[in-house]
Design a protein around this ligand. Sequence first.
Ligand code: HEC
Ligand code: HEC
Length: 285
Amino acid sequence: MAANKISRFVVGWMLAALFGLAALASTAGLASAASRAQTPPADPRELGERLYAENCAVCHGEQGQGRFGATLAKNWPSIRPDLTVKTIIENGVPGSVMPAWSQAKGGPLTSTEIDALTQYILSWQTGGAAQVSPQPTTTLIPPITPIPNVQGDPNRGARLFGENCVVCHGGEGQGRIGATLAKSWPGVRPDLNLRNTIASGISGSQMPAWSRANGGPLSEQDIDDLVAYILHLSQTNPVTLVSPAPQQFVPPGESPLSGWLGVLVFLVLLIVVIAAAVGLQKRKS
Ligand code: HEC
Ligand code: HEC
């Protein structure tokens, strides 16, 4: 009887140890997978290039040639052009559609990110714009079924939205510097209101006018397609667009589940299993 008890106790312990080891191995595996997936950009220019494509190209052109916003691929007449460019990015240009980007001013970018952008923009100073490889800003998962009675192709609209609007309205129209667009639109013909707003912009705000008639870059067809897409966003609030989220680099060893926390998880599991085993013993004896 006693021998049986002891052997059961030993089996309990072994099970606990196995459990704990498995937990430790899996957390360590997770941690290393996470650090593998999120390798840091090799140099700040690469970070700058990515941030530029995501946030600035819409107004300044892929190569800084200027579009809606000023030409950036130029020489900056200043003793410290880096400070000039950095300050403008941080604070925006009041009275223009150039937003403030620093977090101190309510923007989305950290100081490191603005430094990287500054370096990237200044790399255009000599020898013109860098070659920017075209990056898809959005990936459409399922094709969108057109909405009855609404002109325009929501699939094309989705692409245009990724190129022109995500920067202010967020990847799913959830709102960022600009208003939330994934919402229900009041009115009998919301499509007409939307088309008007997009074509003419909202004066006194950062929302620019987009139609060519108003000096913007988009055709009537483009705007109809955007309207169809925005109405689709409001119908199916769950995610339809995946935009590459800014990758955060987690240095190896700083994943929340590695190190001491991993050991803690192991110990807690161990205690739980032992307690269960002891409980079982007591009930049986
Ligand atoms: C919504 C459009 C828009 C976006 C997005 C935008 N800008 Fe601008 N930006 C402008 C406009 C317009 C101007 C010119 C303002 C003026 O001088 O009236 C400008 C000016 C600038 C200038 C100063 C140019 C000069 O010659 O003085 C810099 C630098 C700049 N932007 C950097 C950026 C960076 C970096 C980003 C992305 C993080 C960005 N901008 C995003 C519209 C935009
Ligand atoms: C530089 C930032 C910026 C960009 C780029 C931008 N918007 Fe906006 N948008 C705004 C802001 C800010 C508002 C809110 C203005 C207000 O009501 O004061 C707004 C409002 C709107 C509204 C009205 C929302 C409402 O609740 O009435 C629509 C529609 C809209 N934007 C569509 C678009 C579309 C489509 C694009 C791309 C073609 C776009 N916007 C690009 C900043 C931006």
